[in-house]
Ligand binder design. Structure first.
Ligand SMILES: Nc1ncnc2c1ncn2[C@@H]1O[C@H](COP(=O)(O)OP(=O)(O)OP(=O)(O)O)[C@@H](O)[C@H]1O
Ligand SMILES: [Mg+2]
Length: 1045
């Protein structure tokens, strides 16, 4: 719990915490706080308020809002805190409340009640209906104050009546309406005021505030000094503007619901009261000598008559005479001036007090709650406090009686009830002694033996009745009563008290001793208005005035006495008490700090007296000893079970166990709590506040939890929805995207297809296209040209002779390749044909020719000449010369060549002819005449052959050295058919030995000759070409020069 408020406080904010607990320290504490403008102090839940007599800036909407949000002990003590507790308890716990505001005159009760009302009005429901109800309730104050308040010596705005106001609420705590009960208007003030005091505010307000027209209509004058009932000394009150208050009164009455007419009538009756005071009475002579009275100046009565529609003569008669009526006869007696004045004043007082009652009733009519629904009630009691004046009369007696009863309520409800409850609940309790004022109440109100009963008895008793007889009766009855004293009882006990007058009695009230003077007790109790007067007034045409005196109606007239003032008051107090007992009390104890209505002045003596009779110290003691708070287990558990995990949210055990669990969990010390039979008791307000604070925090937590769960749930739902939507959207989107893609692909495929098809079609149809026509035509032309060309070629083919190489030229250049190819083909074809026609012999011949070509073409000059000449082979007619045929010996096969050759002598260069035969295996050389033995050379001995490049027939057969003929050396020969001879030899060597005979074409070669060699050098002679002539010249032994032609 936050104890900061205790530390920062001035003195102690709750007197329960006071240390030491004594009257002195209590007063000091109040004084300290008062001097620091802390006018409010607690005793537990009782508020002590010390009148600041200055405007403090602790009220208004800002403070109302502050106190509305906090619990009782969280902020500084304040009347708003108390009002808040009461209102919340009413609204939330359905407990009717009463706020008892007590204190001396000027202590601040009325101000406190207004603060409470304004607080409740500010915090309770709002709305047009509610606001108008609130406004009516609040506006009842200025009306009641105008008619019921007056300036007194103690208080410039003293309430001269007691007021109890019930404010009624619906189940929600919105105000529905109210009901006002008023007690004992101090009507004597209408006719007489003490020095320095004033009559009721309304008179001054009317005179100051009414416009001239209204005043004239009311037959009034603005100057208040002209009115006997208005105290001439003090027409003005400091800080009070009667004129503007009159305006405020008027608008307040309108707000409450008074009609213009009603307002006017009220003013007329008020004016009548004023004017009655100016009705002067004078002695009048009567024949029988009995003193009589009459009106000195008839104008006043006249005007009254006009004002209220009353016959002035009748009024005068009623004022100045009295009709005594018995069952048999009527006797009219004249009144003396004193009596007449008494009657006049009685009339004025009665009219005024009845008017006041009528106003209260009229207000109640307006603020009455019509609905039958169950109402919650908050009662505010603003009633005069205990009064001890110098001279105390009947008024003080009843006022103090009322306070005695209120003290009883306080005792009953707080002290006694508290102790008894502890007993009932079995809570250990040290008894606190308190004074039970039941005995004093009894003394006053006992039905048979109470002072009020005695007074009534005296009033009703036939015979001579006076205040003295009444006092004597009291003395007799209460001679032994410990709270009753008088000169007689004192004398009996031999006490000598000079302060006690003979016509006085003294009562030891709980708040102190008060001495009452019995003078006019009987009268005041009787409160009689002579019937003549009521009957006269009833006759007025003024509806309001008339209605105030129903007993004046002769038909209604009864001889039965109306109840006495004392009895009336007693019964209304009884009703009030019953009312208060049924409600939860909240106390505001108002204290007046000084007698001078001065700010910042604190009179300890004065406050001490008040503190004593308010029982503050006692109150603190009981508070301390007891427990600040109690509650039935069930209700307590219901309220606080949310503070423990075991009991929240479900508790299945008993209520008491549940409460134990909750307090156990909060680890509240055992001193702070006690478990009664049916209730839990919490000792200190702090502990209760702690509980409330915890509950408040817990409620916030729970609210947060609910919020959290709700938000979570909402977000989850929202999320799920979003997710679903997202999935839906994305599925649609994807579908859509894929569809689009597909469409695109499809379109593309179609496009490609179309293109391909188109392309294909175009390709197919290209030939039909104009663009292809040229090509086609060209092709056609090409073809026809080619055709023509080929056909013409066919008709003009050259001869099939292979030697004919002529070929028609291509008609166009682009046929040249083809033409060339054709030419080649044709030629090949011609050759083939030619070849096909050849005989094997011809083939052989041609092969030989071919071989000759390979060997000599381009190398030997005589070659070209050899080509057209067929190779005969036999140039010597071998067939016909058998001798020669024998040369070949036994060798198989034909003679390939038979010819006459020239043999060059290697030694001298001379030539000699020889016959040469070439067979398949040999070369046979012999001389023409067979004179010499023939030379046979095996072909494999022929190593190589050398020839010249010229046209000559010289050739050399180079023999291999190993052969048998080789030793003879190489042969140097000349043949006319050298090409044929060598070609055939080559072929024969190839056939015989598979060896290619090397044939060397050279102009210089060497020939072996007898183990040495001779270099042969061939030179081209100058003749050239003619007859083949050859000359050899030996040049040295080793060189042979051959010159050819
Ligand atoms: N809380 C307050 N703040 C400022 N002034 C206050 C306060 N309470 C009382 N007063 C002053 O004290 C005066 C008397 O107060 P109030 O009329 O309430 O006394 P009362 O107890 O009703 O007296 P009575 O019994 O005569 O009607 C008020 O007119 C006002 O000037
Ligand atoms: Mg008052």
């Amino acid at each position: 719990m936050d104890m900061a408020f205790l530390e920062s406080s001035i003195g102690v904010e709750d007197l329960v915490l006071l240390e030491p607990l004594e009257e002195e320290s209590l007063l000091k504490n109040l004084q300290l706080r008062y001097e620091n403008k802390e006018i409010y102090t607690y005793i537990g839940n009782v508020l002590v308020s010390v009148n600041p007599y200055q405007e403090l800036s602790i009220y208004g909407p800002e403070f109302i809002a502050k106190y509305q949000d906090y619990t009782f002990y969280e902020l500084k003590p304040h009347i708003y805190a108390l009002a808040n507790v009461a209102y919340q308890s009413l609204r939330d716990q359905d407990r009717d409340q009463c706020i008892l505001i007590t204190g001396e005159s000027g202590a601040g009760k009325t101000e406190a009640s207004k603060l409470v009302m304004s607080y409740v009005a500010a915090v309770c429901g709002k709305g047009e209906q509610v606001n108008s109800v609130k406004e009516q309730l609040l506006q009842s104050n200025p009306v009641l104050e105008a008619f019921g308040n007056a300036k007194t010596i103690r208080n410039n705005n003293s309430s001269r009546f007691g007021k109890y106001m019930d404010i009624e609420f619906d189940f929600k705590g919105s105000p529905l309406g109210g009901d006002i009960t008023n007690y004992l208007l101090e009507k004597s003030r209408v006719v007489k005021q003490l020095e320095g005091e004033r009559n009721f505010h309304i008179f001054y307000q009317l005179l100051a505030g009414a416009d001239a027209q209204l005043l004239k209509a009311l037959k009034l004058e603005r100057d208040s000094s002209g009115y006997t009932y208005l105290n001439r000394e003090a027409p003005r009150v400091d800080g009070m503007d009667d004129a503007s208050n009159f305006k405020a009164l008027q608008s307040a009455m309108i707000v409450i619901g008074f009609s213009e007419e009603e307002f006017r009538q009220v003013l007329e009756v008020t004016a009548m009261v004023l004017k009655l005071g100016n009705v002067e009475l004078a002695d009048e002579f009567q024949a029988n000598g009995v003193p009589a009275s009459g009106i000195r100046d008839g104008r006043g009565v006249q005007e009254i008559g006009e004002l209220v529609g009353l016959n002035s003569v009748e009024l005068e008669r009623a004022l100045c005479s009295r009709t005594m009526e018995t069952a048999k006869e009527k006797v009219v007696t004249a009144l003396s001036v004193i009596q007449a004045q008494y009657a006049r004043d009685a009339l004025a007082k009665n009219i005024y007090s009845r008017l006041f009652n009528w106003i209260v009733t009229r207000i109640n009519e307006s603020i009455k709650v019509d609905t039958g629904e169950k109402k919650k009630v908050m009662g505010v009691l603003d009633i005069y406090g205990f009064e001890i004046l110098e001279d105390n009369s009947f008024e003080q007696f009843v006022i103090n009686y009322c306070n005695e009863k209120l003290q009883q309520v306080f005792i009953e409800l707080t002290l006694k009830e508290e102790q008894e409850e502890y007993k009932r609940e079995g809570i250990p309790w040290t008894k606190v002694d308190y004074f039970d004022n039941g005995i004093i109440c009894d003394l006053i109100e006992h039905n048979q033996r109470g002072i009020l009963a005695m007074l009534d008895e005296e009033c009703l008793r036939p015979g001579v009745v006076s205040d003295s007889t009444f006092l004597a009766k009291l003395n007799q009855l209460f001679s032994k009563h410990e709270h009753y004293e008088s000169k007689v009882t004192q004398n009996a006990q031999r006490q000598y008290d000079h302060s006690m007058g003979l016509r006085c009695f003294r009562i030891c009230h709980y708040a102190g001793k008060v001495t009452y003077n019995v003078n006019s007790f009987i009268d005041k109790n009787n409160d009689l208005l002579f019937r003549d007067l009521s009957q006269a007034v009833w006759k007025a045409r003024h509806p309001l005035l008339r209605s105030l005196f129903p007993e004046g109606d002769p038909k209604q007239a009864s001889l039965k006495r109306p109840p006495t003032a004392g009895a009336q008051f007693k019964s209304s107090v009884a009703i009030l008490m019953k009312n208060l007992y049924s409600k939860n009390p909240n106390y505001i104890r108002c204290i007046k700090p000084n007698e001078h209505q001065r700010r910042a002045q604190f009179s300890s003596e004065l406050v001490a007296v008040q503190a004593r009779y308010l029982g503050l110290l006692e109150n603190v003691r009981v508070r301390r000893a007891g427990y600040a708070y109690r509650q039935a287990y069930g209700a307590f558990l219901e309220r606080y079970r949310l503070l423990s995990r075991s009991t929240w949210p479900r508790w299945n055990g008993g209520e008491r166990e549940g409460v134990e669990k909750v307090l156990g969990d909060l680890s509240m010390s055992s001193e702070e709590r006690a478990f009664g039979k049916t209730k839990i008791f919490i000792r200190s307000p702090k502990a209760l506040f702690y509980l409330e604070e915890q509950r408040r925090l817990r409620l916030q937590q729970l609210a947060t939890l609910i919020q959290k769960m709700y938000r979570g749930w909402r977000c989850r739902i929202h999320y799920q929805l979003m997710r679903k939507s997202q999935i839906l959207i994305s599925s649609w989107f994807r579908g859509n995207m894929q569809r689009k893609r597909y469409e695109k692909m499809k379109a593309s495929a179609l496009l490609i297809q179309a293109f391909v098809r188109g392309w294909k079609a175009r390709k197919n149809y290209r030939k039909y296209f104009r663009s292809g026509a040229a090509l086609t035509l060209a092709n056609f032309i090409y073809r026809s040209i080619a055709q023509k060309f080929l056909l013409r070629l066919k008709d003009n083919l050259p001869s099939t002779s292979i030697l004919d190489k002529t070929w028609p030229a291509a008609p166009y250049k682009y046929f040249s390749t083809a033409n060339h190819e054709l030419q080649k083909l044709f030629y090949r074809w011609k050759c083939k044909k030619f070849r096909d026609r050849l005989s094997p012999k011809q083939v052989e011949t041609l092969r030989e020719k071919l071989c000759a070509s390979e060997l000599f073409k381009g190398k030997k000059a005589s070659y070209p000449q050899s080509v057209p000449i067929p190779f005969y082979g036999d140039y010597i007619g071998l067939q016909r010369k058998p001798k020669l045929q024998q040369l070949k010996g036994g060798e198989e096969g034909p003679v390939l060549v038979a010819e006459t050759v020239m043999k060059v002598n290697r030694g001298n260069g001379k030539t000699s002819s020889r016959i040469l035969l070439l067979t398949k295996g040999h070369v046979i050389i012999t001389d023409t005449k067979n004179s010499q033995p023939k030379t046979v050379i095996a072909l494999d001995s022929v190593a190589r052959v050398s020839v010249t490049s010229f046209k000559d027939g010289l050739f050399s057969l180079h023999l291999s050295e190993l052969s048998s003929v080789g030793s003879k050396g190489d042969f140097l020969l000349v043949s006319e058919h050298v090409v044929e001879l060598l070609t055939k030899m080559y072929r024969a060597v190839l056939d015989a030995t598979q060896r290619q005979l090397p044939v060397t074409v050279t102009e210089e070669f060497s020939v072996r000759f007898k183990e040495s060699s001779v270099a042969v050098k061939v030179i081209q002679g100058p003749g050239g070409g003619g007859k083949r002539k050859l000359s050899c010249k030996k040049k040295g032994s080793r060189c042979l020069e051959v010159t050819v032609q």
